[in-house]
Design a protein around this ligand. Sequence first.
Ligand SMILES: Cc1cc2nc3c(=O)[nH]c(=O)nc-3n(C[C@H](O)[C@H](O)[C@H](O)COP(=O)(O)OP(=O)(O)OC[C@H]3O[C@@H](n4cnc5c(N)ncnc54)[C@H](O)[C@@H]3O)c2cc1C
Length: 398
Amino acid sequence: MRRLVILGAGYGGLTLAKKLDSGSSQNKWDITLIDQRDYHLIQVRIHEVAANSIPASQAKIPLSDLLKHHKVQLIQAKITKIDPVRKGIHTSVGPLKYDRLVVALGSVADHRGIPGMKEHTYSLKDLEDAVAYRKAVVRAFREATAPEAEPLRKNDPRLTFAILGGGLTGTELAGEMVDFCKDLATKFPAARNAYRIVLAELTHHLLPELGPEVGDYAKEELRAKNVAVLTNTTVMEVEPGHIHLSSGKAINSNVICWTGGVHAPPLINESGFKTTKDGRIPVDAYLRAEDFEEVYALGDSASIHDSRNDKQVPLTGQYAELQAGYLAECFSKERPPEPYAPFSMGISVSLGRQEAVSLSGPLRLTGVPGRVVKDLSYTKHELGVRELIPTVPKLKLS
Ligand SMILES: Cc1cc2nc3c(=O)[nH]c(=O)nc-3n(C[C@H](O)[C@H](O)[C@H](O)COP(=O)(O)OP(=O)(O)OC[C@H]3O[C@@H](n4cnc5c(N)ncnc54)[C@H](O)[C@@H]3O)c2cc1C
């Protein structure tokens, strides 16, 4: 049997390993899945962990549970280098070889070279980030309302929570923070009229990837909840407690979160692959790396061109899972595969614990119904990875 190595057990990698092991390619590939964590991170919910809407334990599932009925070799290790010329992987527990490789390593925060951004802001890419941010918010409320603290005033910098980047992550975090700050103001009543949430976005609209109509809707909803939404806002530098803008003004904020961009993990570029400027592997219509025939990439680590709209396929968990389904089919078939055709069932953006805007084709659901759709998308993913979605038995026609 040939050895297939999958790097990363996130939305794309885990789905691929499970699908391949359950499909007709079961006896064709010896599958190895490598991840630095011993759990699958429900990354689409980490803003909820950051804002104390759910405990961290609800955003992770042990990989050993998810793979217990599968013949997949799971290795918990940090991947340090890929050697595509010799078909090898270097990890913290030693090297290994592959016949075919799938890179599904996701993405990491890209601080865009803005001075002070990396040093003085929180990111939101993994559970540790989310827990650190949540603790910083609670600490800010506690310290600002301590008996020995200076009296609080309206929009106090000590209780100003700036979120830099108004894409999906920043917008969802801002909505969630409204509810978190309300809870904390009940616990620390002196802070009730002193805290402020600021969401700053570089472009003219929030959620630029979803079009101006949805972005403007989100902006109005967040403003109605007293979030200060600033668009066309360019950050030049961050210092402890201060964000310097290109307008010459500054936002004074004690707890700053950077949600303004991601790039692929640097190890991909350092391993000799041809990469885009954000470190992703450009792939052909079969999700194969352009320069190494036995290397495939998907999800946030891949740069996939959608010829129908001449844009890059969006970086979402949903697309990563669908790409994994496509590759599982390709790897199990003997005949040449059909090219990958990007497809989306829609997207939901939460705007607080009780509210979301959900889009599917021309359909748009907002408020509580939108949130129900958002929650269903979480349930679908979790039931899917746990393989609890009932399959309808095929009827035998005689
Ligand atoms: C707050 C937030 C909200 C989001 N909301 C949505 C949403 O509503 N809908 C949606 O579809 N998408 C959403 N996304 C995006 C979605 O989470 C990502 O697009 C998706 O997780 C990408 O899947 P992936 O398989 O490419 O990578 P990931 O799921 O990130 O998996 C990558 C895996 O690689 C592992 N890894 C990385 N580097 C190494 C290394 N050196 N060694 C070993 N292992 C390594 C990681 O541990 C991880 O398990 C959201 C993201 C965030 C941050």
